[in-house]
Ligand binder design. Structure first.
Ligand SMILES: NC(=O)c1ccc[n+]([C@@H]2O[C@H](COP(=O)([O-])OP(=O)(O)OC[C@H]3O[C@@H](n4cnc5c(N)ncnc54)[C@H](OP(=O)(O)O)[C@@H]3O)[C@@H](O)[C@H]2O)c1
Length: 237
C-alpha cells in the first residue's frame, strides 16, 4: 500500500551486506492491506512483500484494518512471519478475535493511532490486560497526512508541548512513557536520529499529565470505510 518496500529492502540489504547489522538484530514489520484479507490471497501478499524487501521472513505481520479480517496463522506455520498482529482494532473486535474457536496465535500487538490528541487510555489498558502490546502510529499526529485540513491543530506547535520539549532539551517530537511502542516517520536524516534518542530522559509525572491532557482529535477517521460492518471507530474504544 505505501509502495516503499523495494526501497526499504534495498536499504536493509545494503546494511546487511556491508556488515553494519545482521538480519536477526532487526525487527521488521509489514502489514497486510485490506484487499488481501481473503484467505486465498494472504500468502501471496506476504510473499510479494518478502520479495520486494528481498528478505526470507518478517518479524511481525499486521492485519491493517479489521474490515474483512481472516486469520494469518498459516504464515507463522510456514515460517514466513515470526508473529502476527492487528491494527485499528477496537475492544469488541479484539475480544471477538480472542474468543474465536481454535485461535492458535494471539496477536502480538495492536497498532493504533495514538498521540497527545488521541491518548487511547482505555484501549491501551484493555490490550495490556489481555497481554497484547500496543504500537502507537502517527505518534506526532501525522502533520503531513494527505487529508489534513488547514485548520487542524498541530501537535508539534502546541505551546504546552513546546514548553515541555524546551525543558528537556528535546524537539517537540517527544514520545510517551506509557509502555507503548512507537512508529514515528521522518524523511529527514537529523530527525530520524533525534527520534531515536528516547532513552536519555524521563518526563515527570506532571509533564506526563500535560502530555495526556489535550482535547481529543483523531487524524485518521477512516471515512472511506465508515459504512463497513466492521468499521472500528464507532465504538467508544
Ligand atoms: N496502521 C495504520 O493504519 C497506520 C496509519 C497511519 C500511519 N501508520 C504508521 O505510522 C507511522 C508514522 O505515522 P505518520 O507518518 O502518519 O505520522 P507521524 O510519525 O506522527 O508524523 C510524521 C511527520 O512528522 C514529521 N516529523 C518526524 N519527526 C519529526 C521531528 N523530530 N520534528 C519535527 N517533525 C518531525 C515528519 O516530517 P519529515 O518527514 O519531513 O521529517 C512527517 O511530516 C508510519 O510509518 C505508518 O506506517 C499506520
Amino acid at each position: 500500500m505505501y509502495k516503499n518496500e523495494e526501497e526499504v529492502g534495498a536499504g536493509i540489504n545494503a546494511m546487511i551486506d556491508q556488515g553494519v547489522v545482521k538480519r536477526e538484530d532487526l525487527f521488521i514489520v509489514s502489514k497486510l492491506w485490506c484487499t488481501f484479507h481473503i484467505p486465498s490471497l494472504v500468502r501471496g501478499a506476504c510473499e510479494k512483500t518478502l520479495r520486494d524487501l528481498n528478505l526470507d521472513y518478517l518479524d511481525l505481520y499486521l492485519m491493517h484494518y479489521p474490515m474483512g479480517a481472516k486469520a494469518m496463522e498459516k504464515l507463522v506455520d510456514a515460517g514466513l512471519v515470526k508473529a502476527i498482529g492487528i491494527s485499528n482494532f477496537n475492544k469488541d473486535q479484539i475480544e471477538a478475535l480472542l474468543n474465536k474457536p481454535g485461535l492458535r496465535y494471539k496477536p502480538a500487538t495492536n497498532q493504533i493511532e495514538c498521540h497527545s490528541y488521541l491518548t487511547q487510555e482505555k484501549l491501551i489498558n484493555y490490550c495490556h490486560s489481555k497481554g497484547i502490546s500496543v504500537t502507537a502510529y502517527s505518534p506526532l499526529g501525522s502533520p503531513d497526512r494527505p487529508r489534513a485540513s488547514s485548520d487542524d491543530p498541530s501537535l508539534l506547535e502546541e505551546p504546552k508541548i513546546k514548553a515541555i520539549a524546551d525543558k528537556y532539551n528535546k524537539t517537540p517530537a517527544l514520545h510517551i512513557q506509557r509502555n507503548v511502542m512507537v512508529v514515528v516517520k521522518s524523511t529527514t536524516p537529523h530527525r530520524i536520529k533525534e527520534n531515536i534518542q528516547l532513552f536519555d530522559f524521563e518526563l515527570s509525572e506532571d509533564d506526563m499529565k500535560t502530555m495526556l491532557s489535550f482535547t481529543e482529535k483523531r487524524a485518521f477517521k477512516l471515512q472511506w470505510a465508515s459504512s463497513h460492518k466492521d468499521y472500528p471507530l464507532n465504538a467508544e474504544y
